[in-house]
Structures are given as C-alpha cells and as structure tokens.
Design a binder for this molecule. Sequence first.
Ligand code: PRP
Ligand code: 7HP
Length: 181
Amino acid sequence: MRLEDNLAKILIPSDRLQARIYELGAQISLDYGDTRPLLVCVLKGGVMFLSDLSRALSIPHELDFMAISSYGGTRTESSGVVRILMDLNTSIENRHVLVVEDIVDTGRTLNYIAETFLTRNPASLKICALLNKRERREVEIKLDYIGFDIPNEFVVGYGLDFDELYRNLPYIGVLKPEVYI
Ligand code: PRP
Ligand code: 7HP
C-alpha cells in the first residue's frame, strides 16, 4: 500500500516547509536571544516540526514534551474536550515558554494548554504553529508565530496523521475525501 496514492495533492512541499522553518528559527532566535526559552512540543503531531525548528535556532534553548488527548469527535474532527495524558518534566515558573504545535484548527487544544500553563506563572508564554486553519476557529487564540495559513482541507504528513498513519511524509498533503468519508 502506498500512502501517497491516498493524497489529492501536495499542499506544501518539503523545500517550502524547510525554508519557512528556517525563517521562523531566525526570527525566534532574534526575539528570545539569551533568555534560554523552553520549547514545548505537543505530541504526537508536533514532533517533526519541533525537531526541525530546534535545529533552526541559533540560541541556547531547552526542549520538553507533553501529550494531550481529545475525546469523542470524528476521525477528522476533534471534539474539543481536552485532557493532559503526559505532563511536562520541567517547571515553567519564571521560564520563557514557547509552545510548538503542528496545526491550529478549532483552537480548543491550544486554548486549554495556554490556560493551564498560565496558572503556572511562566515569565512569558508564546505559541508557534506550523499550520493555521483559521476558517475552522471556534476559540480565539493569539498565535505569535505562524508557518502557513491553510484552507479548510484535511491535511496529513510532517507529523500530522489520519488514523495514526502519514506522519512520516516529509511534506504536507491533502487527503482524498473518499479516504475518510
Ligand atoms: C491535532 C493537532 C493539534 C490539534 C488541533 O492533534 O496536533 O494538537 O489536533 O486541533 P484543535 O485546534 O481543533 O484543538 P490530535 O488530537 O490529532 O493528536 P495528535 O497530535 O497525537 O495526532
Ligand atoms: C487536526 C488535524 N490533524 C490532521 N489533519 C488536519 O487537517 C487536522 N485538523 N485538526
């Protein structure tokens, strides 16, 4: 089975992804300087982006990971009911925290993470999202760094899955609707 056969098109090829991540890395390095930020990866989808973004930073920084689950919903739409499955290892009190996400859709996942983190008194809290599906937003959330604004289509690859597959594709592709309808 070739996963590529289930794609309607490639939305963002690998070279565009990498070029944009390099730009984001340069901007984030300028903005944070010597403050030793903590980059928080939201598993599992954020893992490819986090690892490339980290390598694009020229400043000292730390990494940590958290896992979230959303209940209910469908195979292509999250329910918005969010729970922490695995919390950070690091205390974020007085730390400069940058949350790194693969995609913002309804905004519910990031809204939950931001509200939870703010109760822990970080020195600052910012969000970096590779993909922004603005049309689907239900909860307004401020994104500090955005890789790409994308249309309302179900995308896979570069960390993003359908039914836990496609995460390893090095580009962002649009899944054929007949695969999930
Ligand atoms: C995806 C994605 C975001 C969230 C965005 O995670 O990685 O965390 O959905 O959706 P929202 O803005 O509507 O809340 P998913 O629940 O698919 O988990 P995964 O990262 O493990 O694939
Ligand atoms: C979550 C998600 N996962 C994969 N592809 C998409 O388009 C998505 N939106 N929200």
